[in-house]
Ligand binder design. Structure first.
Ligand SMILES: Cc1cc2nc3c(=O)[nH]c(=O)nc-3n(C[C@H](O)[C@H](O)[C@H](O)COP(=O)(O)OP(=O)(O)OC[C@H]3O[C@@H](n4cnc5c(N)ncnc54)[C@H](O)[C@@H]3O)c2cc1C
Length: 399
């Protein structure tokens, strides 16, 4: 019996059919990131929309086809297998997280100006929080300032790792609006159209040798005297920390869902190759070390799936599941890195070439232990909450 309801599996099979027909055969062409790749992506996005597979992370009232987190987890075991598929189906990070907070906290005007075109795939967005000069793990240190001037905010600051900023239509900027306020009330999130004077997307920062283009970039961005109306405040002044939690919680579990697809793909490649490649008198599959890797990977992947489903179900039931998501994010990021690494090792030199997707998967995977909060910080926050529950006399329940 499957872990997912039959109707979710039926939906997933439609995504699988689309991936088989349109995404996997075009992966190499898309990854060239040239003009042909952009045209191809636009075509595939249109086909996904026509097939009724668009924006499965948001509900129909926000312009998508989603049915909640558990449903989305089920689909992502397929969508997550190919790194560009999230863009094809209109559910890519960071737009998905930005759509989520606009849906929850945006005013009617903000929804019309930013959310509608975002979910419709007419524009992309970026999330500008991390700064080069202070530790991103501790957002109370952020330095980007937003100062009120009449009916406007004036923003000055220096961000980096703004994913997808190249060619995006607008930014969600995390700025300090009340530097003397209580640390977690100092920040405000502000919607900034990318063509506003003073917004400078300086460069895509090369990450492990890859600078990228368009959506697949992590950019340095400067905001110099950027003036936008106070009406562009998202969710209220001083609310940035609360919104960031709301945004990053679902964002983290979305990442993990995609990693489930990546891990399973690496696992399959490892098993197939181990059965076919011979050395020292027999297939690699008969070597004890390889068998250990297969067994450990199978157990760890299934543990990640179960942790994901548990957290997704709790979120669907209205909980923030903060401990569950934090633990899941750390555990899954490490399993992801490890399983891909084992698959590469089984492939020998071929594992490092572009003849398999593994090398690119490994490059993307390493960042998983850092973005949306490094391992150490999630361990710290989860452990603190668990320990506090014992201090308060309740204790942690494995529900
Ligand atoms: C591929 C990628 C995409 C990203 N996209 C975005 C984006 O779109 N928007 C955005 O705003 N940011 C983005 N980021 C930035 C990311 O969220 C930050 O890198 C992350 O929050 C960590 O901040 P930092 O890099 O400043 O590291 P720092 O905060 O300087 O931390 C450095 C290291 O210190 C250690 N450390 C920190 N705190 C503790 C602790 N309490 N205990 C023990 N060790 C600790 C950890 O090992 C950590 O890796 C992205 C990053 C990557 C790699």
């Amino acid at each position: 019996m499957s872990l997912f309801p039959a109707e979710y599996l039926e939906a997933r099979s439609r995504y699988r059919a689309f991936m088989d027909e349109h995404v996997y055969p075009n992966e190499t062409a898309i990854e060239r990131e040239d003009n042909d790749a952009l045209a191809l992506l636009a075509e595939l996005r249109e086909q996904a929309r026509e097939a009724g597979l668009w924006a499965p992370h948001v509900p129909p009232e926000a312009g998508g086809t989603g049915l909640g987190f558990l449903y989305y987890a089920c689909l992502n075991e397929e969508i997550g297998r190919s790194s560009y598929a999230q863009l094809v189906f209109g559910c890519q990070a960071p737009d998905a997280g930005n759509a989520e907070i606009l849906h929850l906290f945006g005013t009617d005007d903000q929804k019309e100006q930013f959310l509608r075109p975002l979910v419709a795939g007419e524009m992309r967005s970026f999330f500008a929080m991390t700064e080069p000069d202070v530790a991103g793990s501790d957002p109370t240190l952020l330095q980007t300032r937003a100062v009120r001037d009449g009916d406007d905010w004036v923003i000055d600051g220096h961000k980096w790792f703004s994913s997808g900023a190249d060619g995006a239509g607008f930014a969600v900027v995390f700025a300090i609006s009340d530097p003397d306020g209580e640390p977690h009330r100092r920040g405000t999130m502000i919607l900034v159209p990318a063509d506003t004077e003073g917004v400078d997307v300086v460069r895509p920062v090369p990450v492990m040798g890859h600078a990228g283009r368009g959506w697949n970039t992590h950019c340095e961005v400067r905001f110099t005297g950027v003036r936008v109306p106070i009406a562009n405040t998202l969710g209220g002044e001083g609310e940035a920390f609360r919104l960031a939690q709301k945004r990053l919680g679902p964002g983290r579990i979305h990442h993990v869902m995609r990693w489930l697809g990546q891990m399973q793909r690496a696992f399959e490649l490892m098993c197939r190759y181990a059965n076919g490649r011979e050395a020292f008198g027999g297939p690699l599959a008969e070597k004890g070390t390889v068998q250990n890797w297969v067994a450990d990977s199978a157990a760890e992947i299934q543990a990640c799936r179960l942790l994901t489903m548990d957290a997704a179900r709790k979120i669907d039931e209205g909980s923030e599941a903060r401990v569950e998501v934090a633990l899941l994010k750390v555990y899954a990021a490490n399993v992801l890195v490890e399983v891909i690494d084992r698959a590469i090792q089984v492939h020998g030199a071929r594992g490092l070439t572009d003849e398999t997707p593994l090398a690119r998967m490994a490059m993307n995977a390493r960042a998983a232990r850092i973005y949306d909060g490094p391992d150490e910080v999630h361990r710290m926050t989860a452990a603190r909450r668990i320990l506090r529950s014992y201090r308060d006399g309740e204790g942690w329940t494995f529900s």
